[in-house]
Design a protein around this ligand. Sequence first.
Ligand SMILES: Cc1cc2nc3c(=O)[nH]c(=O)nc-3n(C[C@H](O)[C@H](O)[C@H](O)COP(=O)(O)O)c2cc1C
Length: 166
Amino acid sequence: MDDSEMPVEPICVFYGTTTGNSEMLAEETTEKLREMGFPATLSSTEGVTAGVLYQMGTLLLLMSTDNEGDPPMMAEKFYESLADKKVADLDHLSFSVLALGDSYYPDFCQAGKDFDRMLEMMGAHRLTERVDCDVHFWTQFENWFINVRSALLNKRKTLECCTSIV
Ligand SMILES: Cc1cc2nc3c(=O)[nH]c(=O)nc-3n(C[C@H](O)[C@H](O)[C@H](O)COP(=O)(O)O)c2cc1C
């Protein structure tokens, strides 16, 4: 079986943004993944609730922080439904968070940090460590993506190996 025939599950790229930075980086992430042959899907977190997490295996979450450490308005429902979740049953889910913020504020990247912590508490597994981006975010974004890319390639290699044994 060659790479193109591999049954790969989609990688869900979600973003929460106020002024567009996270959306732009989420688009860049999705494009790069598709160029690598991964079936990546791109969505905003507008109207999303934690229930969506049962339908995916890999989540890349790009999340900015708004006033006083809050998530952007479009991510509030997602944030609250995850905070209200009572059962840690996201064991099937791998995730990585890119948090956007500005170190001028005391609650630097707080929304991304909160999502990262809540996903872990609900049983999901970190694909890579969270990266916190300051106002000049390109280098941090590139570093995060390099780590995400190698984790995904390793996962794909493991899957290819298991499939060829079966
Ligand atoms: C009104 C306002 C409040 C903000 N509050 C915070 C904050 O509390 N903590 C933080 O780390 N960044 C804060 N930021 C910075 C943004 O998170 C940062 O500019 C980010 O890159 C914006 O990403 P976005 O365009 O995807 O929303 C704030 C920005 C604005 C405009």
